[in-house]
Design a protein. Structure first.
Lengths: 347, 336, 298
């Protein structure tokens, strides 16, 4: 599976299920998510819009209203199942052990307070120890210490003119600056895990590159694992060591980046890769026929089977099991060792 | 800030000009002999003619208007056709009385309405939420004259807790009048140290103020609730929550500040609404304010008074909106 | 695209449309199931029916229309007169039923007229920026600050007091509200891409206005109108209270309250009944409108 197999994962998600109660009925948005995240690893969570990537992130962090979304399964962090924690208990984890940045950075900043006010509040919440240290070192007031720490954190993400920036408001800065700011606020508590939900999708390509570089650097420096949610395979390839492909509420394949691109196992992954335009290819773009399933009436068995060229009889009946090969983790009947049909259907 | 204020002032002047022209023109264009009204029913034709010349009614309308505006700039608002008293003097006496109850009503509507809306949003979908919603809807659905009469019936006739009408008890009237510092009765009484007088006035003002406050209370409660709920769905609230900010801080600091803007707007609107409602409330409670005066003047087509009142109401409307806009700017830096 | 693909996509589109309709039906049923909405709707229907069929519903139709009955003045609630009689001996319940006609149809007229004037003007002002927009804005601002009472008096002295002058007097400062909001909506929608796209494709101004902008705005307008009935009914009542609406001996709720005010303490039912009727009707409109808004948002 992963090169760092010897280490213990910092976050282990097992059979995470999320059911939403809506006017249209109970929708099983997440149908058993399985993956592991190792310290300082950058994992890409890739999938089409609507497959449940954001819901996965928000489920892990308990950001969804309890009346609307019921979660089941295991999200293990240091031996604690995060799903068992109440919202109040979870709060001590948020920002400190696990953190998140979002797609629209400017909308993620409170428009009526200055940037400085907001980051100072977070410094006060998460950096208590640091504040005391700076106070004793420099012999200054608490407020001054907080100011220094806030400024230092902003500089660490590559922002300049920090004093002016702290007096500014969200609508006065650019998207790139806003995302850097948001990253600064997210990592100042030194979290073990950072989830980036489509963090670069709303930015220009050049700015994207900067942010990706920043994330890579921070991950190495602070030993922070990152789950990078995106629909862009290219970015996944650039930034991440492992890629997890998601389809309609399940993670269908996990593999190291190079391995996934070279040897995709799941039919959906193969379809995705074939749909990416490449200059070297002479043939036209292929697309995966059909559309993503309507979750009010999801397909039986494997949710991908209606669109799968290699679908077998049992794909319609049984939910595919999690299969681990030496390099991959894949959810498909094709690779199920106990499946006699698989032997000759594998291609 | 300054250019904004100057623009507002210019707008105010423009509005007032148009208003005065309209009211002036309207009251002059209507059938009815102004001079005859001035002199009275039993007047002889020569008297009417004399009055006509005196009032300058023989001149063309635009000349009359210009003369009026000229006098206006000197502070002379003319003579009331009905009471033959200088309009400016009556205005000075009656305007503060109405402003007093209107401002008190505004204060109460915010002091009660805002917490109601906030609590309803905090405890959404509970019985508190439904109760606030019901009260808010009811407050907005009650016609003001009905509420005023109802309050009189219940609190005066049945319970005897509050007086029927007027501003001060007849016994108090025999006292020496208060030194007029602000012309706001309650404040003047406080300054003069006459607490008994103040209590008596407050006792009289209670029912009128409650009547006036009902509609803004309903509006503020409902609006602050819906505004707050909408704000709590915003991205930045979720982002702050994901960064570990506590639920109470999130609600009362992060959320509330963003939700205030529409509430402030509705307060500006309420000001105009309440000023118009004083017409009815003062009539029913026999309260000698500007509303009572305005109604009498409207029915007697007392045009100097009408123009003056329209000017004053228009000015108050724009001024209060300007104050509201300044407040909104302070609360939300996005507004330019 | 081959024939087979075309048919397949058509089939998918039809399927989607069917599902959309089914979803709407589910939501409508859920909406009607809500107790407050159903109760409010019931009240509205009952009162409207009573108003329409007044001669049949009112126990004493002549008294409802104004005929006096001096033998039975100031009677309290009884079996013969369910809500008592007024200073002229007229049955209050009958007067309420006839008064409902004024309130409901007057209110309806005001709201519809204000919308019919305000919405097109707002559309035009919003779409063609520049001079027309500013002019309509300014006129609207001035009209809004005008107390309707003043306008009512003016019209009254010219054409005489009555429901007509009251309604006209209310429509004049009423339509700017619609114009302003529609103007704002149009300005907002104009910036959206689908309008730019239509413009680029070469569609004319009026085509874009009616085919694209109007349907989007319709929903807003409908809710605005529904929530506006309450204030309209109250406004008619306010003018009626001052004697500027329907004239006696006709029945008008506002007028009835004024007629009952002098006897408030001894015979409270005379003034309370019409006031309470107004309150109930307006409350029903507001509750129904709120629920409708939730339904449309959800």
């Amino acid at each position: 599976m992963s090169v760092k197999q010897k280490e213990k994962p910092i976050l282990e998600v097992k059979d995470l299920v999320a059911e939403f109660t809506t006017a249209a009925g109970r929708l099983r948005i997440l149908d058993g998510i399985d993956f592991s995240l190792f310290p300082a690893e950058i994992l890409a969570l890739v999938g089409e819009t609507g497959c449940g990537k954001s819901v996965t992130a928000k489920s892990i962090m308990n950001l969804l209203a309890e009346q609307v979304c019921k979660r089941r399964g295991k999200v293990m962090m240091d031996g604690v199942n995060l799903l068992d924690l109440s919202k109040k208990q979870m709060r001590s984890y948020l920002g400190r052990r696990i953190s998140m940045i979002f797609q629209n950075p400017i909308a993620s900043i409170n428009p009526v307070f200055t940037l400085g006010e907001q980051i100072r509040r977070l410094v006060r919440i998460h950096m208590a120890g640091e504040i005391t240290r700076v106070k004793s070192e420099l012999g200054c007031t608490t407020a001054a210490a907080i100011d220094r720490l806030a400024a230092a954190n902003l500089e660490k993400v590559g922002l300049t003119d920090v004093d002016q920036l702290m007096r500014a408001y969200a609508h006065q800065i650019s998207g790139g600056m806003a995302q850097r700011y948001r990253i600064a606020t997210a990592v100042l508590g030194n979290p073990d895990v950072l989830i980036a939900d489509e963090a670069t999708s709303a930015l220009d390509v050049t700015v994207q590159a900067h942010i990706l570089r920043l994330l890579k650097r921070l991950s190495a420096e602070k030993n922070t694992a990152i789950i990078f949610i995106t629909h862009d395979l290219g970015i996944a390839a650039q930034l991440c060591q492992q890629v997890a492909v998601m389809y309609s509420g399940r993670i269908v394949e996990v593999a190291p980046t190079a391995e996934l691109f070279k040897n995709p196992l799941h039919p959906y992954t193969r379809g995705l890769l074939k749909a990416v335009p490449q200059l070297s290819r002479k043939t036209g773009l292929e697309h995966i026929p059909g559309t993503i399933p309507d979750l009010r009436n999801p397909p039986s068995g494997c949710r991908f089977h209606p669109r799968c060229r290699q679908a077998m009889e049992r794909c319609r009946r049984l939910r595919p099991p999690l299969v681990e090969t030496k390099s991959h983790q894949v959810c498909c009947h094709l690779y199920d060792a106990g499946n006699k049909e698989a032997a000759w259907a594998k291609s | 800030m300054l250019p904004f204020l100057i623009r507002r002032l210019a707008g105010l002047v423009f509005l007032l000009l148009i208003l005065t022209m309209l009211v002036f023109g309207l009251s002059r264009a209507l059938p009815g002999d102004v001079a005859a009204m001035y002199v009275g029913l039993k007047a002889k034709p020569e008297q009417i003619q004399k009055a006509r010349l005196e009032l300058g009614l023989d001149k063309p309308v635009h000349v009359q208007y210009l003369r009026y505006m000229g006098r206006l700039l000197k502070g002379d608002l003319g003579i009331s056709l009905r009471t033959h008293r200088p309009v400016a003097r009556d205005l000075k006496e009656k305007l503060p009385l109405s402003l007093e109850i209107v401002l008190l009503a505004l204060l109460i509507s915010i002091a009660l309405g805002l917490p109601m809306g906030v609590v309803a949003a905090f405890k959404r979908d509970t019985w508190i939420d439904s109760a606030v919603n019901m009260i808010g809807s009811a407050a907005v659905s009650l016609p003001i004259f009905f509420l005023a009469l109802l309050l009189q019936l219940v609190f005066f006739n049945w319970l005897g807790w509050f007086p029927l009408q007027g501003r001060i008890s007849t016994m108090m009237e025999f006292r020496d009048p208060l030194p007029a510092v602000t012309r706001f009765g309650l404040i003047d009484a406080l300054l003069a140290g006459d607490l008994e007088y103040m209590a008596d006035m407050a006792w009289h003002m209670f029912l009128p103020v409650v009547s006036l406050a009902s509609i803004p209370l309903g509006l503020v409660a409902r609006l602050s609730r819906s505004s707050l709920l909408e704000v709590m769905q915003a991205d930045y609230i979720m982002a702050a929550r994901a960064s570990g900010v506590g639920e109470t801080v999130l609600f009362f600091r992060y959320g509330l500040r963003n939700a205030l803007s529409p509430v402030l707007s509705i307060m500006g609107l309420s000001m105009a609404l309440m000023l118009l409602n004083t017409f009815y409330v003062e009539q029913i409670f026999n309260y000698p304010g500007i509303g009572y005066w305005a109604l009498a003047s409207i029915f007697s087509l007392d045009y100097p008074v009408l123009v003056a009142i329209t000017l004053v109401l228009g000015a108050i409307y724009v001024l209060s909106n300007t104050i509201i806009d300044v407040l909104r700017r302070w609360v939300d830096p996005r507004i330019k | 695209m081959t024939m087979k693909d075309e048919l397949k996509y058509k089939h998918l589109a039809e399927q989607a449309a069917r599902e959309h309709r089914r979803e709407r039906k589910i939501r409508t049923i859920a909406f009607l199931k809500r107790k407050s909405a159903a109760a409010a709707l019931l009240v509205l229907v009952l009162i409207t029916l009573a108003a329409v069929f007044a001669p049949l519903v009112a126990p004493y139709p002549d008294q409802g229309k104004g005929a006096v009955n001096l033998g039975e003045r100031l009677q309290p609630l009884s079996g013969k007169h369910l809500l008592g009689t007024d200073t002229f001996g007229r049955d209050i319940l009958s007067r309420l039923v006839y008064g409902a006609r004024v309130s409901i149809f007057g209110g309806l007229f005001i709201v519809c007229a204000a919308a019919l004037i305000g919405v097109p003007l707002g559309l035009w002002a919003g779409y063609s920026e520049g001079a027309p927009g500013v002019v309509i804005s300014r006129i609207g601002e001035i009209l809004i600050s005008f107390p309707a009472v003043l306008i009512a008096i003016a019209i009254t002295t010219v054409i005489g007091a009555g429901l007509t002058s009251a309604v006209i007097a209310l429509i004049i400062p009423w339509w700017p509200w619609y114009a302003r909001i529609i103007q704002g909506e149009v300005l907002r929608l104009k910036r959206m891409l689908f309008v730019e796209a239509a413009q680029m494709l070469g569609y004319g101004k009026s085509y874009i206005l009616f085919r694209h902008l109007l349907p989007n705005i319709m929903r807003t307008v409908m809710v605005m109108m529904l929530l506006d009935f309450g204030p309209a009914i109250i406004s008619i009542g306010l003018l009626g209270f001052l004697g500027l609406g329907t004239q006696p001996p006709n029945a008008d709720w506002g007028l009835m309250v004024w007629e009952g005010a002098p006897n408030l303490m001894q015979q409270p039912w005379i003034a309370i009944s019409p006031g309470a009727a107004m309150f109930i009707l307006v409350m029903a409109f507001n509750i129904f409108g709120d629920n409708l808004q939730d339904y449309l948002d959800g």
